[in-house]
Design a protein around this ligand. Sequence first.
Ligand SMILES: [Zn+2]
Ligand SMILES: [Zn+2]
Length: 218
Amino acid sequence: MATTESSSDAGSIDASDIEDAAPNSRTVRALTEVMTVLDSIGRARNADDLFLVNSGSGSEYLIDARTGSCECNWKQYNPDEECKHQKRVAFATGERPIPQWMNDDALDDQFGMHVDGEPRQAVADGGVTAPATDPFAVHSEDEPRTKRAKQEDIDVSFLAKPGRYEVHSASDSRYEVDVLEETCSCPDVAERCKHLRRVDIEINAERVPRPDGKLPDA
Ligand SMILES: [Zn+2]
Ligand SMILES: [Zn+2]
């Protein structure tokens, strides 16, 4: 009764897949801004695909996850792209995993509290924690590789593809890290080498661009 849409004219599915590979700032805002996602009250009652998003400014928007619609102004001008409210619904319900480069501390506290689904964290190894003050502070519970990632003289710079960074180590070696693929070109066969950890730390500390960088749309 609640939904009558039967065609798929929203056409936003492919766009969201692309944005998963190259997160943009709407993704970051969807994760960090104060929003509350509600799935079983008011206009969203009795409809699995309908969600209400209350923004920090007090506005309420109805999102239809199936047809890809949202009532916000931005969406009206960008009908083929996902607005931050739609992204937030996808993250809050667990339909889309939260990117591993996203610092837990930066997530909005309201995350996933009012929806049935559980937000999912893309798997890191728990080795990287980003303290609010000094991102390079070493903690006793840090794994050895995380300690080295923090302590060694490693330069990180952004390369020209989504999520790719160049690492220049103290021993004057250069490696390429891809944080989206979670790979590094160094010989360390560990699941997550110190270079990958260092890049994560630098991203969380905002010392280097996020994986989306300032790149043109791929
Ligand atoms: Zn919206
Ligand atoms: Zn490495």
